[in-house]
Design a protein around this ligand. Structure first.
Ligand code: SF4
Length: 440
């Protein structure tokens, strides 16, 4: 890919020999993005430019690249970082069973249940004692190429500080007053939009061996929020809540704790169907198992290695029968040519599978990402289509669809959900009060 980028760069240099490095880089990116989105040769994009002055050339290309938002957006909302795509950085989309080559552990975990279970699960793994994770990371520098190796390395540690905390949310957005129980770090799935690929600095999966120490009413102190009747805590921020549950058995301790604490809602957020333990234990109304959900097309295109929509809905149905509440998160909602039909169909399927009385909440969040993730996605998922849409720098410096588009998305989905039941709790994820007020 870098070869193609360098050819575009050379062609730009030839046509606009007076442009300096930074100007050429911006123009190269715009030409690249237009030719990728429209599946046309970059030469024909370059040949279509009649202007010669930098500002005019840039404006011409911006208008072509952002036809819906060009006229209504400020120029600094268009994010044009330098273009550097290395084919060696591509994501590994082979679906393989988790079978870590190496298990790194700290001395303090060797008497824990989890450490001993891992010994039984993975007898052929190479077990290596480390002093602590921080020093290990200093000595083993992380790079995005190593992110693919995370399935090979498991870290077992005692978590000291980060078990329970308010959801970091995002700057200037309306909070849904959520608190996070952090039951691990890292995921085996490969969603093209996943924030972890830009956030994680360790080529491995980290599991804490001392979860039970933190399941106490002195340490779990969630915030109240009128919208949800009960204060809410959930896992699934830095890992999928259930993906490792057959190995960790965390659900046993969590369900037991929240069965005894009915005044708090606990949410397992997942895309997995690893629900056997939950079914064995049996649920209670304040314990919610929720699925991130998308249209069949978007799951196929972007949520690699994950269970399909129908598998997720069947798992939700089983959990509801076992006494749990269930929830759904349309997150991220992604724009594509048939997005309206796709999301309408998904909403219908949810209600075909699940009796409304079990659904605790449905959230909606449109595609968003910290700006630095753009370069990582285009490196790891070279053929992705999610970046072809018009994503602009927003109030919290994240890339989002333009505000009118987001309002259109939310109005449509909320209306379709409310047609099924007007009382169902629907909320927006990471949106500002202005947008909330336009929707509810
Ligand atoms: S399931 Fe969630 S954490 Fe896992 S890859 Fe997908 S977005 Fe990331």
């Amino acid at each position: 890919m870098n070869n193609k980028i360098s050819l575009i760069g050379k062609a730009i240099q030839k046509k606009f020999s007076l442009f300096g490095i930074n100007k050429s880089r911006e123009i190269t990116r715009l030409v690249f993005e237009i030719s990728k989105r429209d599946s046309i040769d970059f030469i024909s994009v370059i040949n279509s430019i009649q202007e010669t002055k930098y500002e005019k050339v840039k404006n011409f290309l911006l208008e072509k690249r952002y036809p819906k938002s060009y006229a209504i957006s400020k120029k600094n909302n268009f994010y044009l970082p330098d273009l550097d795509i290395d084919d060696n950085n591509k994501a590994n989309l082979n679906l393989s069973k988790f079978n870590p080559k190496n298990v790194y552990y700290t001395k303090e975990v060797i008497n824990s249940h989890l450490y001993n279970r891992i010994k039984i699960f993975y007898p052929n793994s190479n077990f290596v004692e480390i002093e602590n994770l921080k020093n290990f990371l200093k000595e083993n520098k992380f790079s995005i190429q190593k992110y693919n190796n995370r399935k090979e390395n498991l870290f077992l540690i005692n978590e000291k500080y980060d078990f329970f905390k308010p959801c970091p949310c995002s700057k200037n957005v309306k909070s849904c007053a959520y608190s996070i129980l952090n039951i691990g770090y890292g995921c085996l799935y490969e969603c093209s939009y996943c924030f972890l690929q830009g956030y994680q600095n360790v080529a491995g999966i980290i599991l804490p061996c001392n979860l039970v120490d933190f399941l106490s009413i002195e340490k779990i102190k969630p915030v109240n929020n009128k919208m949800f009747f009960l204060p809410r805590v959930g896992s699934g921020e830095f890992t999928d809540s259930l993906i490792f549950d057959d190995i960790t058995l965390f659900s046993y301790d969590i369900v037991k704790f929240f069965k005894d604490n009915k005044n708090i809602s606990f949410e397992f957020k997942t895309k997995s169907v690893n629900i056997d333990n939950l079914l064995k234990i049996g649920g209670q109304e304040n314990i919610v198992v929720s699925w991130s959900i998308n249209t069949k097309e978007m799951i196929q295109e972007n949520e690699h290695c994950t269970p399909q929509l129908e598998e997720r809905l069947k798992a939700a149905q089983k959990c509801a029968k076992a006494g749990y509440s269930v929830g759904f998160h349309f997150d991220p909602v992604i724009l594509y040519s048939n997005w309206k039909q796709g999301y309408k169909k998904t909403i219908e399927e949810i209600f075909d599978f699940i009796d409304i009385k079990y659904i605790k909440w449905i959230s909606i969040g449109s595609l968003r990402m910290v700006s630095s993730l753009k370069k990582i996605i285009e490196n790891r998922f070279v053929d992705n289509k999610i970046l072809d849409e018009e994503l602009l720098l927003s109030y919290d410096n994240k890339l989002r669809y333009e505000e009118n588009t987001r309002v259109k998305i939310y109005k449509y989905l909320v209306e379709e959900i409310k047609k099924k039941n007007k009382d169902i709790v629907v909320y927006l994820c990471m949106e500002n009060s202005g947008i909330w007020n336009k929707i509810f």
